[in-house]
Design a protein. Structure first.
Length: 235
């Protein structure tokens, strides 16, 4: 069976806990580890096995918490730079936020769709309090850092996550085996990412489809330059 390499990296200049970020783990091997088969018979169900194929768990590399106090968001952990680099306050009324781990995935494949999903088999502080905003991106035709958006449920006024908690699932929409390869974030990598992202800025209309942005990426052959930088900085 064909093996697809997925390159990934975290910008360690923004996310100082980047060295602690673990390589994504297959959901099946992670969740059923040290569990008795007789207690989880669905692990052998063909429909379940098919559904979780190429679904990987993403773990938080840090512990953090913040509180909603009226129209303000406060935290006693770390400093303002940490908050600014990792938390995006989108709407206080709807309690909509984003985590920005400065994480990016990319592949040599012409097209490989990846979706971010709620970690529905987990029971931790994140899953108890948060509603994940799912999304899909083609990591073969676009190069951008991920945004992990979520609502805090209305009955809660605080957010907390512990290092090692699973906070998202990453699903790769392919039947081929996925192999992860990490690369070091470099100033040039960040420059490419910002250059591609800036296609969205200073536009009157914000309603263009992803295909609109994919077309820019393909038109100017950014991919070959990005892959060259990635391969020179594999770790």
């Amino acid at each position: 069976m064909k093996e697809i390499i997925v390159y990934y990296s975290i910008d360690h200049t923004k996310n100082l806990s980047a060295p602690r970020f673990e390589t994504p783990t297959p959901l099946g091997s992670y969740f059923f580890e040290n569990k008795k088969d007789k207690d989880y018979p669905y692990k052998f169900c063909p429909s379940f096995v098919s559904f979780i194929k190429n679904v990987f768990v993403l773990k938080s590399p840090y512990t953090y918490e913040f509180n909603i106090e009226g129209t303000e968001v406060t935290s006693e952990l770390y400093d303002q730079d940490f908050f600014n680099n990792h938390i995006n306050v989108r709407s206080i009324p709807s309690q909509l936020f984003s985590l920005t781990p400065h994480l990016i995935f990319f592949t040599e494949e012409d097209s490989l769709k990846m979706s971010l999903e709620h970690p529905w088999l987990e029971n931790n502080a994140y899953t108890q309090k948060c509603i994940t905003i799912a999304g899909e991106l083609d990591i073969g035709t676009y190069f951008r850092k991920l945004d992990f958006a979520f609502h805090i449920k209305k009955e809660f006024k605080n957010f907390n996550i512990t290092e090692g908690d699973v906070f998202y699932y990453a699903r790769f929409h392919t039947d081929h085996k996925i192999k992860f390869q990490r690369f070091m974030s470099t100033p040039k990598i960040n420059e490419y990412e910002r250059y591609v992202f800036n296609a969205k800025t200073h536009r009157v209309s914000k309603s263009k489809s992803l295909d609109y942005f994919y077309s820019f990426f393909k038109k100017f052959e950014y991919k070959s330059h990005i892959l060259k930088e990635i391969k020179e900085n594999l770790i």
